[in-house]
Ligand binder design. Structure first.
Ligand code: MN
Length: 359
């Protein structure tokens, strides 16, 4: 069954529109409808919902999307989607139709405005609707987190000195897919030794040596939710500098989690964690924001926890808390959990140990 149709109807009414058109995977996941690229969800001011599909998705849509009116498009190109929306608008007498501004390329915008005269671009209010999760969504997210952690534990048990970051990357993917992942949340970050000083380093053929470490940042998509976690594992006792980096990052992460209470601004949570890293003298190396929303998407999900984020946290929001310290030639340490905002402070959905692990 589709979800949130009433919330989408309210958005349409609130903006004085006749309908809203949703094409981003994140919004279709959130609405729990088919997410294929050839599937477009349209919700009108009366709460009626339509799923425009091309031939690749038609039979599946008719079988599974019984609470939506399924409309078959004549072809699978983008222009046909917007022509289909225009025809629907004509048939229903709609004059103002909202589109996700962030999900349209400049080329598509041209196609949209040519096909649908009353096209209106909607901004961050679209993604903002997803920020607070209900109990069913939290259960789905927790399930994705739990399976990711199972996968992570399985990866750690197979880590060996001499393994390349390519192999570690493949192990992460295998252990996720084996547990039912629909796909990975993003390209896995595997940083071995000094390479981990680049916060988003990708596998490059480096070998996990003795007396080194590996940083793994990954997630799986399951049931329309995307997990996201980071841990560091050491091969042999780490140097005193790496120990100091690790304890600093962990202390910062715990400070960030504690600050994730309702009513607190996103940038204040970032500041709480950053203060710990600043005090340890690593402030300049923490070169990214503390966290981002976690849910249907990892890039557009709110709330953001970073400088300039004025989003006020509310119960039911989930964000990553992922401070890091990165020293060229030595490596990087980042520790990341998905954290639920509660009146008592943040509650991590992750449970894999954050103690310093040596294999
Ligand atoms: Mn993240």
């Amino acid at each position: 069954m589709a979800k949130h149709l009433e919330t989408l109807q309210a958005l349409v009414v609130e903006h004085g529109l006749d309908a809203v058109v949703l094409r981003s995977k994140a919004m279709k996941s959130w609405a729990q409808v088919m997410t294929g690229t050839g599937c477009t969800l349209v919700v009108d001011a009366h709460g009626a919902a339509y799923l425009l599909v091309d031939g690749r998705y038609h039979a599946q849509a008719q079988e599974t999307q019984r609470d939506l009116e399924v409309i078959l498009l004549p072809s699978q190109d983008n222009a046909s989607i917007y022509t289909g929306v225009a025809e629907l608008a004509r048939a229903k007498g709609w004059s103002q139709v909202g589109f996700e501004g962030a999900a349209l390329s400049a080329f598509e915008y041209g196609t949209v405005t040519a096909a649908v005269p009353g096209a209106v671009l909607l901004g961050s209010e679209i993604a903002g609707m997803r920020a607070v999760k209900d109990a069913e969504e939290l259960a789905r997210l927790q399930h994705a987190v739990d399976l990711s952690e199972d996968a992570f534990n399985a990866v750690v048990s197979q880590l060996r000195r001499g393994m390349t970051d390519y192999e570690i990357n493949a192990l992460v993917a295998y252990e996720c897919y084996k547990r039912g992942a629909e796909r990975l949340s993003f390209d896995t970050i595997v940083g071995v030794g000094a390479y981990s000083a680049h916060p988003h380093c990708r596998p490059c053929g480096a070998t996990l040596e003795d007396n080194s470490h590996v940083m793994i940042d990954f997630g799986m998509q399951l049931g329309g939710m995307q997990s996201d976690m980071t841990r560091v594992v050491f091969t042999g006792e780490p140097s005193s500098e790496l120990v100091r980096m690790y304890t600093t990052v962990l202390e910062a992460q715990l400070a960030g989690i504690a600050a994730m209470r309702p009513g607190v601004m996103g940038e204040a949570v970032d500041a709480a964690a950053r203060a710990v890293i600043d005090a340890a003298g690593y402030g300049e190396t923490f070169n990214h924001g503390l966290g981002h929303g976690i849910g249907s998407d990892n890039e557009t999900e709110g709330p953001l926890l970073r400088k300039g984020s004025t989003t006020i946290l509310a119960p039911g929001m989930v964000a990553s808390c992922e401070p890091g310290v990165y020293v060229a030639g030595v490596g990087g340490i980042r520790i990341e959990d998905a954290v639920l905002v509660t009146p008592e402070g943040g509650q991590p959905l992750n449970h894999v140990t954050k103690d310093l692990v040596v294999i």
